[in-house]
Ligand binder design. Structure first.
Ligand code: SF4
Length: 330
C-alpha cells in the first residue's frame, strides 16, 4: 500500500504541484544554496510571504560567496518583512562556514549539515532531500496534518509525534525523495487544508481513514497554549532639525542587531517632557505578545547610547516589523 500511496501522490504532484522560484520538479535542485535560502526563509513564514522576499534576496545575493562577503546590515535590510532575524544571522554564518570549512561546497553528510548554524533536524532533512535527493523524511505542519488525517490519528499531536514520524517515514518514496517531499507538502497546502479539505480532488482519497469523518477539520488535534502578554513603552524622539533618535540592539537576544526606537518595560527619559499619544501597538512573537505604549519626546540631547537619523534615511537601517509598526506614528 505504501508504494501505491507514494506513486499516486507523485503522479498528482507532476500535474498539480506548485511551481515555486526555489523548486525544480523531477529530482533534486541543482543549486543547494537556493534550497538552503528558501528552507531558512520558510521556517515560520508562509510560502506566499517568502516568494517576493526570496526573489529580491537572490537578486542581491545570487551565490553563497556573495552572501558570505556581504555586510550583515545589508543582509538584515534584505530580510526585512520576514521577521525572526536570527534566521538571517544563521544563514549568513552558514554561508561563511561553508566557504571557509568546505571551500564553498555544501556538505552531504547529515552530521555535518546539522553542525551548520540555524539548521535543526527538520531543515537538515528537507535540505538533504531537496538538494541531494537523499531519502530523508520531511515533517512540517502540512505533513503532520496529512498523516494524521490519512491514518485518522486523533490524539493530541504532541503525544504522538514518534508515531507520526514512523508513518511519514514508511510512506517516503526512496527513489524520488525530493519530489516526494515537495509533493506531500503541496498536498497539505493545496488539498488537505486545515479548513475545507478537497477530499474529492485528493490522490489519497481511496486510502484515507478520515475522509468521511465528521471531525475532519479538527484533525490534527492540537492543544492551545495561551501566549503570555508583556507591556512596555516606546519613545519617538525628535530634535529641532526633525531627526529621529534610534539605537542598535546588541548581537544577542530578541531582535538582535536590528535598529529600533528606544523601548523598555521600565519608564525611560523621565527627566524629559513627554507627550502620551494614547496609542498602542500589539505584536505577537513566538512565545509572547507585546503591547507597546507610544510616547513622543522633543529634545536636543539624549542621555542614552544611540544616534540621530534624518527621517528620510530611516529606510537604510534594518528595522523589525514591530518597529515599523511604531514608525507609522512618527
Ligand atoms: S482524503 Fe481528504 S482528509 Fe484524506 S488526505 Fe485527502 S484531503 Fe486529506
Amino acid at each position: 500500500m505504501q508504494t501505491a500511496l507514494a506513486q499516486s501522490l507523485l503522479n498528482w504532484y507532476k500535474v498539480h504541484g506548485r511551481d515555486l522560484p526555489w523548486r525544480v520538479k523531477g529530482g533534486a535542485h541543482p543549486n543547494p544554496y537556493v534550497v538552503l535560502v528558501s528552507e531558512i526563509m520558510l521556517q515560520q513564514t508562509t510560502v506566499k510571504t517568502v516568494i517576493p522576499h526570496f526573489k529580491r534576496f537572490m537578486e542581491r545575493f545570487p551565490t553563497i560567496q556573495s552572501l558570505a562577503k556581504a555586510d550583515i546590515n545589508e543582509v538584515y535590510l534584505y530580510w526585512q518583512g520576514l521577521g525572526y532575524y536570527s534566521r538571517a544571522r544563521s544563514l549568513y554564518a552558514t554561508a561563511q562556514q561553508v566557504l571557509k570549512e568546505y571551500n564553498g561546497q555544501f556538505p552531504l553528510a547529515k552530521e555535518q549539515v546539522l553542525k551548520l548554524k540555524g539548521i535543526g533536524p527538520y531543515t537538515a532533512a528537507s535540505f538533504l532531500a531537496l538538494a541531494y535527493n537523499q531519502p530523508e523524511t520531511v515533517i512540517d505542519g502540512n505533513v503532520i496534518r496529512v498523516i494524521c488525517r490519512l491514518y485518522h490519528l486523533t490524539q493530541p499531536v504532541d503525544e504522538i509525534r514518534p508515531l507520526i514520524k514512523e508513518k511519514a517515514m514508511a510512506l517516503t518514496d526512496k527513489k524520488s525523495p525530493a519530489d516526494y517531499a515537495s509533493a506531500i507538502m503541496d498536498l497539505g497546502a493545496l488539498i488537505c487544508t486545515p479548513k475545507n479539505p478537497q477530499c474529492l480532488l485528493c490522490p489519497w482519497q481511496e486510502y484515507c481513514l478520515s475522509k468521511t469523518a465528521s471531525n475532519l477539520e479538527a484533525i490534527p488535534y492540537k492543544t492551545k497554549n495561551k501566549k503570555p502578554s508583556k507591556r512596555a513603552n516606546v519613545y519617538l524622539i525628535r530634535n529641532r532639525q526633525g531627526q529621529i533618535f534610534i539605537r542598535q540592539r546588541t548581537e544577542k537576544g530578541l531582535l538582535s542587531g536590528l535598529y529600533e526606537f528606544p523601548w523598555s518595560e521600565e519608564k525611560l527619559f523621565s527627566e524629559l517632557p513627554q507627550q502620551d499619544t494614547q496609542k498602542e501597538i500589539t505584536h505577537v512573537f513566538t512565545h509572547f505578545k507585546l503591547v507597546l505604549h507610544i510616547y513622543k519626546i522633543k529634545t536636543e540631547q539624549v542621555s542614552k547610547p544611540g544616534q540621530w537619523v534624518a527621517i528620510e534615511n530611516l529606510p537604510n537601517y534594518p528595522f523589525s516589523t514591530l518597529m515599523k509598526k511604531v514608525a507609522k506614528y512618527l
